[in-house]
Design a protein around this ligand. Structure first.
Ligand SMILES: *Cc1c(COP(=O)(O)O)cnc(C)c1O
Length: 372
């Protein structure tokens, strides 16, 4: 079976440099907030153009840290798309606030502005206080912030970009990390920029928010380690993971190009057979996933089985939208049903994607799909 995300080939190309970088940390021994952490934060800021980068333990904690900083709690409502990874809604619920599920756009699968309007109205009707929205850059493409921000502004809501899947992408020449009031990303190994464990980061241009987040990731520390001025978390990025990320960041621009090349090859091979991904005009994707939408009459389980037979893995992201999941079905939704999320869950399929996809795969997939 071919790899779904080929991290082995990636590592083979940088193994020597990676071992040197890890050994450097073993030698200096500063495992918590060592120099690599601060160097990585600087380099991430330079890469994406954010004023401040605050690294942290993982993408879920990044969401939680921002919600803590914003003082989100019981009685508050935060709008999130239903077609996303559970962490987006989980972080809201964990603070005692209420996630309100919003439908997504039919073409790009990111938060739908009209459904957002209805979700805000629904939250108010339920006696909740809408405080913020968390659009998700699904599969690597930035959400439609230019359409969502005016709605948030009108209702005085903050906007946090869940860019866990989209670091490296851009919109109108501006990089992910600079949209919204604050953005978060994840360095989970399978994300476009992944480490060798858990990791995450928060990006903002707000000086006050940045210093608050640095305190919150370190147990709410004040002047020094043993001065506690607020309730925080233990949510730092390990120095070892920062060292790994510094090496991976060096090859990341080339990997983004390779991912785009693979996406172009898939598009050319599959256009007209299935619905291929749509990017907004002016948007680029970091291609966390290359996800096709199967036409009526094509049975997803048969497609997956046929691909598997020729050694090509495929994965369903996501088989169940959050508003239909056991843990989340009691939370409010913009409408009784979220039809786009539900249709996507039944018909999407993600194909192998990384900076190292075998160039024969797109045509092989084309051959299989043509026979369905
Ligand atoms: C991966 C992911 C997260 C969570 O990131 P972790 O680092 O795994 O905690 C949050 N939101 C989305 C959309 C994700 O894909």
């Amino acid at each position: 079976m071919k790899p779904f995300i080929d991290l082995k080939t990636q590592l083979a190309g940088i193994r020597g440099a990676m071992e040197t970088a890890i050994n450097r940390v073993l030698d200096h021994g500063l495992f918590i907030l060592g120099p690599e952490v601060y160097l990585l934060e600087q380099q991430l800021s330079v890469f994406c153009g954010a004023k401040h980068t605050i690294t942290c333990s993982n993408g879920t904690d990044a969401l939680g840290l921002v919600l803590l900083a914003k003082g989100v709690g019981p009685g508050d409502a935060v709008c999130v798309p239903s077609f996303t990874y559970a962490a987006t809604a989980e972080a809201v619920a964990l603070q005692g606030a209420v996630p309100v599920f919003i439908d997504v756009l039919e073409d790009t699968y990111t938060m739908a502005p009209q459904s957002l309007e209805r979700g805000i109205a629904k939250a108010k009707a339920l006696g909740l206080r809408p405080v913020g929205i968390i659009p998700v850059d699904l599969f690597g493409q930035p959400a439609a912030y230019d359409l969502l921000q005016p709605i948030a502004d009108f209702h005085s809501l903050w906007v946090m970009a869940d860019a866990a899947q989209s670091f490296g992408a851009s919109y109108q020449g501006q990089k992910v990390g600079t949209f919204a009031d604050v953005s978060i990303t994840s360095f989970f190994p399978a994300k476009p920029l992944g480490c060798f464990g858990d990791g995450g980061a928060i990006f903002t241009s707000d000086d006050g928010l940045a210093s608050l987040l640095m305190s919150l990731r370190m147990h709410g520390q004040g002047e020094d380690k043993y001065d506690n001025v607020r309730i925080g978390m233990n949510a730092r990025l390990d120095t070892l993971q920062a060292a790994v990320l510094l090496e991976k960041l060096k090859i990341f621009p080339d990997e983004l190009k390779a991912r785009q090349k693979t996406a172009d090859a898939y598009n050319a091979a599959l256009n007209g057979i299935v619905k291929t991904p749509s990017l907004r005009a002016g948007a680029t994707s970091s291609w966390a996933q290359y996800t096709i939408f199967l036409p009526e009459g094509m049975t997803r389980s048969c497609v997956m089985a046929a691909l598997k037979e020729v050694g090509i893995p495929s994965v369903i992201y996501y088989a169940t939208p959050l508003h239909l999941q056991k843990a989340y079905q009691a939370y409010p939704r913009a409408e009784d049903s979220l039809p786009i999320c539900e249709a996507l869950a039944d018909r999407v399929l993600s194909l192998p994607m990384s900076g190292y996809v075998d160039p024969n795969i797109p045509l092989q997939v084309c051959n299989i799909l043509s026979k369905q």
